[in-house]
Ligand binder design. Structure first.
Ligand SMILES: [Zn+2]
Length: 119
């Protein structure tokens, strides 16, 4: 045994893959991923999300605030699932681990977490 060898692992293991259902509800997904794909192709970090029934108020780290409706088929829901964005918002300063976690997130039709809200 070579002393110290066990410690020479890579600093961080590769991000674990996670799977969600394609038909997962939008708000629990937003609440989990905390990222918002804007219409202009910028990926924003969500600072807070306040859910009130079928609408939610989202505040991004770059200070934008808006209200969205719960819809799995909305533009943002689709873009989020498909990871359609041109670049991460420079002002939101999304940490790398969060982007890596998102990159390791997959959406499957038949299996994966359904993110049921515990109510
Ligand atoms: Zn932003």
């Amino acid at each position: 045994m070579i002393p110290g060898k066990a410690l020479k692992k890579s600093a961080r293991p590769a991000e674990k893959k996670r799977f969600y259902r394609k038909r997962v509800n939008f708000f629990p997904l937003l609440n989990k991923i905390k990222l918002w794909p804007s219409r202009r192709g910028l990926l924003h970090g969500i600072q807070s999300i306040e859910i009130r029934g079928q609408t939610a108020t989202i505040v991004t780290h770059c200070g934008k605030s808006f209200t969205v409706a719960e819809s799995r088929n909305s533009r943002a829901a689709r873009w989020l699932r498909n990871k359609w964005f041109a670049e991460a918002c420079p002002q939101c300063n999304i940490p790398r681990w969060k982007l890596e976690k998102y990159a390791a997130t997959y959406f499957r039709k038949r299996w994966g977490s359904q993110l049921k809200a515990p109510d």
